[in-house]
Ligand binder design. Structure first.
Ligand SMILES: Cc1cc2nc3c(=O)[nH]c(=O)nc-3n(C[C@H](O)[C@H](O)[C@H](O)COP(=O)(O)OP(=O)(O)OC[C@H]3O[C@@H](n4cnc5c(N)ncnc54)[C@H](O)[C@@H]3O)c2cc1C
Length: 424
């Protein structure tokens, strides 16, 4: 094969957190879409790697791995249709800088700007905000190299049903080579952290608290019936700075940058300092990569049941760094955990002790079972594969869609077989 192929002779490639070793040690780096097509035609099996932030084998292949990191350009910004077309190796941080410089913005970002746009959209990655859909909800069209090496384009306007099946695709349809995303005029933001919110305030005020900003995150270690921090990110509309209240349901404004478990210098500016959208929506700065010192789990439950679900999570120290609670608006993507369901995300950042985390996941999953808690596609969970058919009513349709574009299972792997294909 004439394409550059990296054989990792020192061992296997590992994910971002260093917690998962990919099975194949063969990695290809195509430099343009034609090379992607040739690769796909020539290889029997392959999986695309994004920035490898998933905690398990969703991007793994026993045979061939492909990275699109050289396809990382912005192709076109259309100011009339309010869209940006990108190659899919680009990370959010770089796309955001480009958009900001050109007077535009995305609707939301995840906690880190270091994640690839394509990898995030593939798994329904989200930020926060009661009115904000997950990051995939910005996708307006996709270019995909399917198993034959042919290119298809699919868009929100033209391919109604298939589009909603393909946006959150878990890597199962083909190689996504271009994405067209919705953009909006640039906006400025600021964020304020409040400390020590009493847990019982959530009973009657959960929605008020989570709507107190454009994007709001709660942080807790589940101790002393207390939420340690509330991060309130607000848009600064029409030049108004929108002053923050001194107290938020009894929680007090922090006087300095705060974060759990790492250097607060890594965080985007807090304390109400106004800055561009892409330097406030993510919690971490682009040029300060936080260390991958943790294992992640996250479960999504009905927004209406947020308080009861959180009440069910008992004290779980000492194996936890912290938990983050966010909200996500409902969407229509078949394999999105937020399909037709406004949701609350209950996230756990475990210390790097898989055995301890596994036991706690089992315990938490049992407690959250009555709430139909759906795990994040990219994070660790212990949920039985058989449950996924119940979580995703459109799973059989998604499987048919994958079979249509990938009849010979080129893009399938153990993770997809286990949690998707064997459940159709
Ligand atoms: C520190 C950290 C912070 C995180 N923060 C958040 C957060 O705030 N919110 C949240 O929801 N999640 C968060 N996540 C989870 C993360 O966003 C998801 O795991 C996401 O899918 C990772 O994207 P990636 O580019 O690293 O993809 P990978 O892990 O490399 O791959 C993910 C999937 O996308 C597929 N894929 C990637 N690119 C392509 C392509 N071009 N064509 C076809 N398939 C492709 C892969 O095959 C795989 O199936 C976080 C994870 C970490 C480790």
């Amino acid at each position: 094969m004439f394409l550059e192929q990296i054989e990792n002779t020192e061992g296997k490639f590992i994910n971002w957190a260093g917690s998962y070793e990919y099975t194949s040690s063969k990695l290809y780096y195509p430099k343009n879409v034609e090379e992607v097509q040739i690769l796909v035609k020539n290889l029997d099996k392959l999986k695309v790697l994004g920035t490898m932030h998933c905690c398990h084998g969703i991007a793994d292949s026993e045979e061939n791995l492909v990275s699109l990191k050289y396809l990382d350009k912005v192709i076109n910004l259309d100011k009339d249709t309010l869209t940006v077309t990108i190659e899919t190796g680009i990370i959010y941080g770089h796309l955001a800088i480009y958009l900001y410089k050109n007077g535009f913005a995305l609707h939301n970002m995840a906690s880190l700007p270091h994640i690839s746009v394509a990898g995030a959209c593939a798994t329904g990655t989200h930020g926060s905000g009661t009115k904000n859909g997950n990051l995939s909800s910005a996708v307006r069209a996709m270019e995909i190299v399917t198993a034959t090496g042919d290119i298809i384009t699919i868009s929100r306007d033209k391919n109604y049903e298939e589009f909603y099946g393909m946006v959150v695709h878990l890597g199962g349809i083909g190689v996504v080579t271009k994405l067209v995303l919705d953009v909006q005029p640039v906006y400025m933001m600021k964020q304020m952290v409040y400390e020590n919110l009493r847990f019982d305030q959530l009973k009657d005020h959960f929605i008020d608290i989570m709507s107190s900003g454009y994007s709001v995150s709660l942080y807790t270690k589940w101790q002393d019936k207390m939420l340690d921090q509330v991060w309130v990110k607000r848009r600064v509309e029409h030049g108004k700075e929108n002053d923050y209240e001194k107290e938020l349901f009894g929680a007090k404004q922090a006087k300095e940058n705060l974060v759990f478990g790492m250097d607060a210098g890594n965080t985007t500016d807090q304390c109400g300092i106004v800055g561009p959208w892409h330097e406030r929506l993510p919690h971490f700065k682009l040029d300060h990569t936080p260390t991958g010192n943790g294992l992640e789990s996250e479960y999504f439950v009905d927004l209406d049941k947020a308080y009861e679900a959180m009440l069910a999570v008992d004290e779980i120290t000492p194996h936890l760094w912290e938990s983050e609670i966010r909200t996500i608006a409902a969407d229509d993507f078949w394999m999105s955990p937020f399909y037709k369901r406004p949701s609350v995300a209950i996230h756990f950042l475990w210390k790097q002790d898989f055995d301890a985390a596994r036991k706690l996941m089992l315990k938490i999953e049992e407690k959250l079972e009555p709430f139909k808690a759906i795990p994040h596609w990219g994070k660790l969970f212990m949920v039985e594969p058989g449950k996924f058919k119940e979580f995703y009513p459109k799973l059989p349709d998604f499987v048919n869609l994958c079979k249509k574009y990938d009849p010979n299972r080129k893009f399938r792997n153990k993770f997809l077989d286990n949690f998707v294909f064997n459940n159709a």
